[in-house]
Design a protein around this ligand. Structure first.
Ligand SMILES: C[S@@+](CC[C@H](N)C(=O)[O-])C[C@H]1O[C@@H](n2cnc3c(N)ncnc32)[C@H](O)[C@@H]1O
Length: 240
C-alpha cells in the first residue's frame, strides 16, 4: 500500500484531512448578515478548531452551559428547528453544527428574533466538533434531512456511515435519543442498516408520525411541495 493510502493526511495546522462534499457558501450575503457572522464568538460552544484548540482538549460543557443537559443538531440548515428547540426547552442547551455560511446567517437572524440564549453554534463540519466533545456528553441528537447523496456510488458520503456514527456514538450519553428525519426511502434503508450496528436500538414508533415537539424544517417543506414524504426514526444509544 502506498504511503498516501496508509497515512492519514493532515493539514499543516494539524487538522485531519476530511473530504467535505457539501456547499459552504451560496448566494452573496447582505451587509447585515455579514455583520452578524463577524460576531459569532459569544455563540461558540468553546474552542473547537485546530487553530483554537491544537491539543484537542475536550470542551468544558458544564462551565459553558451551567450544567444544563446538552443536545446537538447536525446540519441545522436555516436553523428553524434549532431555535424552536432552544425556545421550547429553556432548561437544556443545544449546539448546532452547520458549515453552510448562508444557513448560519439565517440562524443568527432567527436567534435575534426569538431572543434565545441557550444555544451555541459551531459554523463547521460536525466531525471537527465530535473530536472535542467529551464522551457521553450529548443527551439528544437531531439529524434532520441529512444530505441525500442519491447516486449509489455516493452513498458512503451519507451521515449514516461508520465515519460519522462511531464518533456520534462516543459523544452520546447511554440511553440518549438520536432522531433522524428524511424524505428519501433509500436513506431510510441505509439508516436502518447502518445505525443499529453502530450501537443504537430503534424505538418502536410509527415512521410517518412526527415527534410531538417537531417543527417542520425548510427542507421538509421543500420535500412536501415536491411530493416526497417525511419519515421519522428514533434510536436510543446502547452502552457497548
Ligand atoms: C438537506 S440540508 C437540511 C437542512 C436542515 N436540517 C433542514 O431540515 O432544513 C442538510 C444540511 O446538512 C449540512 N451538513 C452536511 N454535512 C455536514 C457536516 N459534516 N457537518 C455539519 N453539517 C453538515 C449541510 O450543509 C446542509 O445544510
Amino acid at each position: 500500500m502506498s504511503q498516501r493510502n496508509s497515512t492519514p493526511r493532515i493539514h499543516p495546522d494539524g487538522t485531519p484531512w476530511r473530504n467535505f462534499y457539501g456547499r459552504i457558501r451560496g448566494k452573496s450575503l447582505r451587509p447585515a448578515q455579514e455583520a452578524r457572522l463577524s460576531d459569532l464568538d459569544h455563540l461558540s460552544p468553546g474552542p473547537v478548531t485546530h487553530a483554537e484548540n491544537p491539543d484537542r482538549t475536550p470542551l468544558d460543557l458544564a462551565a459553558r452551559f451551567g450544567g444544563k443537559p446538552v443536545w446537538l443538531e447536525i446540519g441545522f440548515g436555516g436553523g428553524e428547528h434549532l431555535v424552536h428547540m432552544a425556545a421550547r426547552y429553556p432548561d437544556i442547551a443545544i449546539i448546532g453544527a452547520e458549515p453552510y455560511v448562508n444557513g448560519v446567517a439565517m440562524l443568527l437572524r432567527k436567534i435575534e428574533l426569538a431572543g434565545v440564549s441557550n444555544l451555541a453554534v459551531f459554523p463547521g463540519d460536525v466531525r471537527e466538533l465530535f473530536d472535542v466533545l467529551p464522551d457521553g456528553s450529548i443527551e439528544k441528537a437531531f439529524l434532520n434531512y441529512p444530505d441525500p447523496w442519491h447516486k449509489a456510488r455516493h452513498h458512503r458520503r451519507r451521515f449514516v456511515t461508520p465515519e460519522y456514527l462511531g464518533p456520534l456514538h462516543r459523544v452520546m450519553a447511554d440511553g440518549a435519543h438520536l432522531r433522524v428525519a428524511t424524505d428519501i426511502p433509500d436513506y431510510v434503508r441505509q439508516t436502518l442498516e447502518e445505525v443499529p450496528p453502530a450501537g443504537f436500538a430503534q424505538l418502536d414508533q410509527p415512521m410517518d408520525q412526527p415527534w410531538d415537539d417537531w417543527i417542520s424544517t425548510r427542507y421538509e417543506q421543500k420535500a412536501l411541495r415536491e411530493g416526497r414524504f417525511p419519515h421519522y426514526l428514533t434510536f436510543t444509544k446502547e452502552a457497548r
